[in-house]
Ligand binder design. Structure first.
Ligand SMILES: NC(=O)c1ccc[n+]([C@@H]2O[C@H](COP(=O)([O-])OP(=O)(O)OC[C@H]3O[C@@H](n4cnc5c(N)ncnc54)[C@H](OP(=O)(O)O)[C@@H]3O)[C@@H](O)[C@H]2O)c1
Length: 245
């Protein structure tokens, strides 16, 4: 895809991978709108990038997704790219599960929101030149890390949804793209939990290069291996990743 001259909505775009993508779209000459729950994070991102548009929105809530979609279509009628990036990751033991509300939030943010926002915005995107929809999944969609069971299940489901959406829209101009990150050094799951991941800029630069080349499913590092792996290789990866209980 051409990174220039787009109008792009990125959920969860005030930090981490979403912000790194926002910066690259901005630099290439696109208009970018980001949303998130924390107003201070949005303000911080806007201070660093004055051209950035921001909107407070909790994508876990259906009514806020509807309001976001309707606001963005009227304020930015040229919107031609949606990036479903917002996500959370929780570590939990299913035998201890007591906080269903927190689990439901994780399902709503990581899975319900991208499906609902796609449904709300695809008809609009289809009327625009060079439309694209990007879903951010994970290498863990292919082989789960058992201590983040709900997270991994949402990412596997979002991978599946992305395949179906791409198939349904194959006869249209809308490009349905999946970004499959490995562990990347961001605040995912809370500050300090992902410091072992690959550097954010290295990851984002590699992804953007492949977006420019027109690829539709883009992994990096271990996630690139996972998305191309055979079932035997995934079983082996699962054992290796989960060997410590
Ligand atoms: N980092 C990794 O290792 C890794 C690996 C694979 C996949 N990913 C995926 O990459 C995406 C971005 O994560 P990240 O690593 O960049 O982590 P991050 O820095 O924590 O970013 C997540 C963003 O999502 C936003 N968000 C969370 N819940 C939201 C909600 N209910 N409504 C609106 N925005 C919400 C957060 O902002 P607020 O808290 O202000 O709402 C934050 O800006 C996620 O989908 C994640 O699953 C990350």
């Amino acid at each position: 895809m051409d990174m220039a001259s787009n109008t792009v909505l990125i959920t969860g775009g005030a930090s981490g991978i979403g912000l790194a993508l926002a910066e690259r779209f901005l630099r290439a000459g696109s208009e970018v709108i980001v949303c998130g729950r924390r107003e201070d994070k949005l303000r911080e991102a806007q201070r660093a990038h004055p051209a950035l548009h921001t909107r407070v929105c909790d994508v876990a809530k259906a009514e806020e997704r509807v309001a976001l979609a309707s606001w963005v279509k009227s304020a930015f009628p040229r919107l031609n790219v949606l990036v479903n990036n917002a996500g959370i990751q929780r570590r939990l033991k299913l035998s201890d599960i007591e906080d269903w509300e927190a689990s439901q939030q994780e399902l709503a943010i990581n899975l319900e929101a991208p499906i609902h926002l796609s449904a709300l915005l695809v008809p609009h995107l289809l009327q625009q030149p060079r439309p694209a929809l990007l879903n951010v999944t994970s290498g863990l969609a292919f082989a789960p890390l058992a201590f983040t069971p709900i997270y991994c299940a949402t990412k596997a489901a979002l991978h599946s949804f992305t395949l179906s959406l791409r198939h349904q829209l194959a006869d249209t101009a809308l490009q349905v793209i999946e970004i499959v990150p490995p562990a990347v050094n961001t605040d995912l799951g809370g500050p300090g939990l992902h410091t072992f991941g690959v550097p954010l800029d290295e990851f984002a630069d590699a992804i953007v290069e492949r977006l420019r080349q027109g690829e539709r499913e883009i992994g990096y590092g271990t996630a690139e291996k996972a998305r191309r792996a055979s079932r035997d290789e995934l079983d082996e990866a699962f054992q290796r990743m989960n060997s410590r209980r």
